[in-house]
Structure formats: C-alpha cells, structure tokens
Design a protein around this ligand. Sequence first.
Ligand code: FAD
Length: 413
Amino acid sequence: MTTAAAKTSNGLAHTSTGPDTADRARAASRAADLAERAAAVARVAEQHLAETERDASFPEHALAEMRRTRLLALLVPEADGGLGGTVTDLVDVSMILGRADMSVAMIFAMHCQQSEAIVRFAKPPLREELLARLAAGELYLASVTTESGKGGDLFKSYAPLRETEEALEIDRAAPISTGGSNADGFLITMRSPSATADHHVSLVYAHRSQLTVETAGQWCPMGMRATHSLPLKITGTVPAHHVIGEHGAFHQIVQSVFGPLAHIGWSAAWLGTASGALSRVLHLLRDPAGRKRFDLRSELLLTRLSRARQRLDTVHALLRRTEALVAGGTDWSSTGSQLLLNNLKITAAEECCAAVDGLIDAVGLRHGYLQDSPTRLEKSLRDLRSAVLNYSNDRLHLADGQLCLLDPDVRFD
Ligand SMILES: Cc1cc2nc3c(=O)[nH]c(=O)nc-3n(C[C@H](O)[C@H](O)[C@H](O)COP(=O)(O)OP(=O)(O)OC[C@H]3O[C@@H](n4cnc5c(N)ncnc54)[C@H](O)[C@@H]3O)c2cc1C
C-alpha cells in the first residue's frame, strides 16, 4: 500500500501510512527534520530562560528561531509554501518546546491555532496574502478573544465591530494577549456589525500596521511569565474583507479549529513541561551525587515517581487518542467527540500539574522548592498552575455535564 498524503477538509494534512518501508522511512525522516527544527528553538529558549523568566519578557530570540526554522508555517499547506504539517506534528513540536519552556510552547501552539483558522476560513485575496507571509516566517499571530465582563467565554462578545461602506472599525480592550507586544498580526473577536444577540461574534484579522496598540497595564504573573500577556487597548480600521469566515459565525471556527487545536496543542505543551520536569528529576536521582543524597530504594520515593509517570502516561494516551480523532476526520460534532476533546484539556491540565506537584514532595525542599535547582520544578509548577485557568476547567465541566445528559447510553467515539 502506498502512502496517501491527503488533506482533510479542516485543512490539516494527514498521512495514512501502509506497511510500505519507503513510506515509513519518509515519515521518520520528516519527523526527524521537524524534531531538529523544534530542538533548535528549544535550545535558544533555554539560553534565554533566566532573563525572560526574571523580567517576564517576551522570548524574542526563540520567536526569531521559529521564523528561521519556519516552524511558524508548520500548519500552512505545502501548496501555499508552508511545511504542510499534521496535527501529530503540532503535538510533537509543542511537546519538545514544552520541555524547554512552557511559555514558548504555548506561544507556538496558539500561533498554530490562529494560522489554521486562516488556512481554513480566510477568503481570497486575504488568505493568499497571509499564507505567503506565514510561509516566509514573517507573520507571528496574536489572539484576542478574552474580554472583560465575559471572561473566557468564546461564544460571546460585547465590543461592537462597526462597519462602514468598505471598512471595519476596531475598538477593543484585550485584558490578556500573549505576545501582543511582538505580534505582526492579530485575530480579534468582536460583536458582529449586524448582531442581534451577544453570541453573534465575528473574527477579524488586522495587521499591526493597521492598528494603534497601547499597553493598558502590567504583566506580572505567577507563571507563564515569558508569554508577556499584557493587557492592551487596540484601535484601528481594516478593509471589509478582513473578516475571517462569515460575520457572526465565529462559533463555526471555534468548533472546527480553535477548540480542537487549542485543547490538543495546549495539552501537548503541558505534557512536554511535566515530562521535562520528570526527566530532570530522574537524571538528578541517577547522577552519582544524587545517588548519595537520595535513597533510591525508598518505597515512598519509588511510589511517588511511579505516580508521576502514571499521570503522564495517562495524559499521553488521551492526547494521542484525541489527536487520531482530529487527524482522521472532519466531523467532531458528536457528543462523544466533544466530550473527548474537552476531557483531554481538563485531564491534561490537572494531571500534568499534579505530577509536578508530586515530584516536589518526592525530592523535597532543595530540589523541589528552590529556584536554582536544575530540576526547575518550582518554575514548572508555577507555569502548570495556569493550565486549569486557561479556558477554565469549570467552564468545560459545565459543558460536559450538559453533553453527558445527551448520551444516556454512554457511548464512546
Ligand atoms: C498564560 C495565559 C495566556 C493567555 N493568553 C491569552 C491570549 O493570548 N488571548 C486571549 O484572548 N486570552 C488569553 N488568555 C485568557 C484565557 O484564554 C482565558 O480566557 C482566561 O484564562 C479566563 O479567565 P478568567 O478565569 O478570568 O475568566 P472566566 O473564564 O470567566 O472564569 C472565571 C472563573 O469563573 C468561573 N466560571 C466562569 N464562567 C463559568 C461557567 N460558565 N461555568 C462554570 N464556571 C464558570 C470559573 O470558576 C472560572 O475559574 C490567557 C490566559 C493565560 C493563563
């Protein structure tokens, strides 16, 4: 059987490999190539980690490396000059970056989610213009969906998008926008010009040059410091064709792109961070100096290590299962699929954070709680604490509870 490289209608390329050796070799070589690009970005991120963490500053060197390696074009189809990456590639790269720095991994995963919305929903001539810039590594995208008064609710917007004959006027507060100070372009949700209800939301694209972007406060968080997610005030005018998808139909983009790719990309970033933490702990324990300091036969230590690995294997299995669902089809509207997508996010957020928390107990104060330990557990825990908040698990549980009532026979997709 030969390899069928196909495009799903959601724009994600997927490859159905048969038993053919040449196909497997090509897939392995492609995966190795992407892993090298990701490792290059991870190396740069690690070199600047102390500074971006201390100053809560944006990792501009890591972004420059994402441009150079063209990882910013991972999900842009090859026909449009991109790397033609798959959802598996998104997972693999996000995990590699997450091992180095969760902020850098989230910056990357969020950008990919934005670029896929453009691939699938932008219309000509905007689509061609943006994909060419993405392919050239010239377009790093920031996202503005959160709004004061509605929190993380993606299905509402209160800020009105005003429409003139040929233009759209943007006037939007962005309480938290990752990389907004460095982005080349923005995807912004606003209340549709003809909205009759808050859930008639439009997604609009704006070049930085079309906007006035003012800082509206500070970014001084517990973790995720290098995301540099400042509050911003954004004003400007864009041509009418800068609406992505149909006016008022942002929910379609959420269901087919933002939701699935956010939950998969974020979970991969979190799993990468927790795996990196466990790996550094294990290296410390196996190091000759570590062997003297720790009792490797301690039943408590062994059980705690096992518990951490168990949590990460659980997340990994769920992540790969959900990734296969998304790569294999285009319709994830069934109750079971929606539950799976939500439960991946909920579980990854809780379990990755719990794994690192447990490792702190396993190794104790010196290597669990102090900032200068090579385990970096202190930073990993602070970063992972954001996961349940970043689109609130409470919000997802509420949606899942309603979905449960639609499936009294409890069928699994
Ligand atoms: C590091 C980081 C980077 C981010 N970057 C961006 C970005 O680039 N762009 C962007 O737009 N946003 C960004 N966000 C925001 C994020 O996507 C969420 O919108 C935000 O974290 C939600 O904030 P909230 O907890 O105030 O709001 P809410 O979602 O309103 O939740 C507040 C609390 O209220 C409760 N709650 C609210 N509604 C419900 C409900 N219906 N059911 C049950 N409980 C509910 C929950 O307990 C929840 O914890 C980022 C967040 C983080 C942590």
